[in-house]
Write a protein that binds this ligand. Structure first.
Ligand SMILES: C[S@@+](CC[C@H](N)C(=O)[O-])C[C@H]1O[C@@H](n2cnc3c(N)ncnc32)[C@H](O)[C@@H]1O
Length: 275
């Protein structure tokens, strides 16, 4: 029997919008655990966390590591996970807080939870409201209507991926598209031209796409700017812009499967069961 270690880890999400998008259970972990370790960009959310946490550690400085020769965002993420783990190993109940959902495009929480469990600590994740959740609400798009694909921009660029033009396609991190150095926090027109050309293998250049930015505080406006695919390279993109590509083609019936299903219905109607 393995003994449960004293330290504990829970990863929570603060939601996208300051105040109001945090679940009650996540709030209770933030208030009651020994230390809150956070990587949240919004300064007001940081201040609020600091006020209600018993002890507060900010991870944001770790992003500076990418300025050091030979270090990339991967090193930053590893150091953030290690900082979390050090507190767990010290026997503390640690609440690691990330903006949005702590497990969506947020490898630090996944790494920290896997490492903590490997070392015998209790560790779990509480879901949060992600950029995708806000996008569905703000743009009024139901992913269930036509299906949804979701992918990181650079991953789409550098790997051979099959995109279905009959379903919506959400492209994350378009604002750092094509960065192979893993050091940058922006992109350039040349990189955006490459992703646009690749998307043009699936969509027409006239296809209308949406540049989406969720509001992060009550006074901020949602950005839902519709542009043509051909204009993406010239678009003003932020690190937190998400590119939404609505379905361009109609759904096509898979006649073979449809026939099989109809045959089942027919068999059922006449009371036939296959041997
Ligand atoms: C590292 S991921 C973090 C996602 C976050 N964990 C979540 O749950 O939404 C960063 C990417 O999320 C998306 N994102 C972050 N903030 C956003 C916002 N305010 N509006 C729209 N998309 C956003 C962008 O695609 C951005 O490049």
């Amino acid at each position: 029997m393995t003994m449960q270690q004293a330290g504990q880890l829970v990863c929570v999400g603060t939601g996208m919008r300051m105040a109001g998008q945090l679940t009650p259970i996540s709030k209770s972990y933030i208030e009651s655990f020994d230390v809150v370790i956070a990587a949240v960009p919004n300064i007001f959310t940081r201040q609020w966390l600091q006020e209600i946490a018993k002890q507060y550690v900010c991870l944001n400085d770790h992003y500076q590591d990418t300025k050091i020769d030979g270090k990339t965002r991967r090193d930053t993420y590893r150091r953030m996970a290690d900082t979390i783990l050090a507190e767990v190993r010290a026997g503390k109940r640690v609440c690691a807080a990330f903006y949005g959902h702590p497990g969506i495009f947020a490898c630090i929480s996944h790494m920290a939870i896997a490492d903590a469990r490997k070392e015998g600590f209790e560790a779990h994740m509480e879901p949060g409201i992600s950029a995708l959740d806000c996008l569905v609400a703000d743009l009024g798009i139901d992913p269930g209507t036509r299906g949804m694909q979701s992918m990181e921009a650079t991953q789409f660029m550098i790997y051979q991926r099959v995109i279905d033009p009959t379903a919506m396609f959400i492209v994350w991190q378009i604002g750092i598209a094509g960065d192979l150095t893993m050091k940058r926090f922006d992109t350039e027109q040349a990189h955006l031209q490459i992703i646009t050309d690749k998307l043009a293998n699936t969509y027409s250049l006239d296809h209308e796409v949406i540049l989406y930015e969720a509001a992060t505080h009550p006074l901020e406006q949602v950005r839902a700017e519709k542009i043509r695919l051909r204009d993406v390279p010239q678009a003003e993109l932020k690190q937190f812009t998400t590119l939404v590509i609505p379905a361009e083609q109609d759904l096509k019936v898979d006649q073979q499967v449809m026939d099989q299903l109809k045959a089942l219905e027919r068999d059922r109607a006449i009371g036939y069961t296959s041997p």
